[in-house]
Design a protein around this ligand. Sequence first.
Ligand SMILES: Cc1cc2nc3c(=O)[nH]c(=O)nc-3n(C[C@H](O)[C@H](O)[C@H](O)COP(=O)(O)OP(=O)(O)OC[C@H]3O[C@@H](n4cnc5c(N)ncnc54)[C@H](O)[C@@H]3O)c2cc1C
Length: 283
Amino acid sequence: MNSFELVVPETAEEAVAALQALAPGEAAPIAGGTDLLIDVDEGRVAPRRVISLRRLPWKTLDWNAGALTVGSTLPLRSLEEDPQVRVSYPGLYQAVRAVGSVALRHRATLGGNLVRSAPASDLVPVLLSLDAEVDLVGPSGDRRVPVDRFVQASRRTDLRPGELVRSVYLPEARPSAFLWQRVRPSNDISQVAVAVAFSPAQRRWKVAVGGVTPRPTLLPEASDVLGSGRPTSSEVRRASEIAASRAAFVTDRRASEEYRRHLVATLLERAVGSAVNGGRFPA
Ligand SMILES: Cc1cc2nc3c(=O)[nH]c(=O)nc-3n(C[C@H](O)[C@H](O)[C@H](O)COP(=O)(O)OP(=O)(O)OC[C@H]3O[C@@H](n4cnc5c(N)ncnc54)[C@H](O)[C@@H]3O)c2cc1C
């Protein structure tokens, strides 16, 4: 592994300054390190300076009028263990539990998952279905970006030089579900992941998929077919057909395009059923 200088700032301002002082690519923030250290080890990145985020006050979970703000460096295991997350955001709870193993989730974070922006990320689809927004801190101040704009491609985000992800904002609790299929149940990447959520405020569904297209993506046509409340079985079937017929599904060593289309249809039908029957679905 390449050697690097490790910097451990106490404040966000110090962390941004440490990041900004070097050219992009020469300095890298580290949260749990479950992606970054593999990238360093395999030579995909070679930072001269690694900036630890562990002392920043970002391992937080804040509830405010039904909205939830998750600190970017909160270990996924803490998110999973919060009883209110399980009740208010069942899709998020299920997606977090899908990530790696318990040991991995003691280190891995939401911020790191978003910035890695892997095509098969389990967390990005669920964040898309929940209309999540990313709170950023950087040399020009703070800004908030919808996840759909933040995640652009594998390893490419809207993050500007010197910026860090401070937290992720979830505007409202939603009946939701997340289902996945893998070759092996743990420590493997999803062949397909499907997230669905119903917004009580907007009275509309959001459907997102991961693992099938070059980046996790919302499927607005499938979402619209589900209507403005409890969908009928023919609406669910139609939404599944639309989702499965969407262009640009990938074939790779994990699954063929055809198998992925089949999985998307099946998982979508089950996920909507789970969101509707999981309790708290509005009348
Ligand atoms: C064995 C194994 C199994 C895995 N299984 C899954 C799985 O099932 N599903 C899944 O989705 N992922 C999986 N992953 C991927 C990984 O664990 C997640 O992406 C994790 O959430 C990354 O978080 P981290 O804190 O470890 O990120 P890090 O490794 O610390 O960072 C990842 C990237 O984000 C940057 N970064 C981190 N935090 C910030 C921040 N606050 N602001 C700006 N940039 C930041 C880093 O510089 C780096 O580029 C797996 C990884 C391993 C090794």
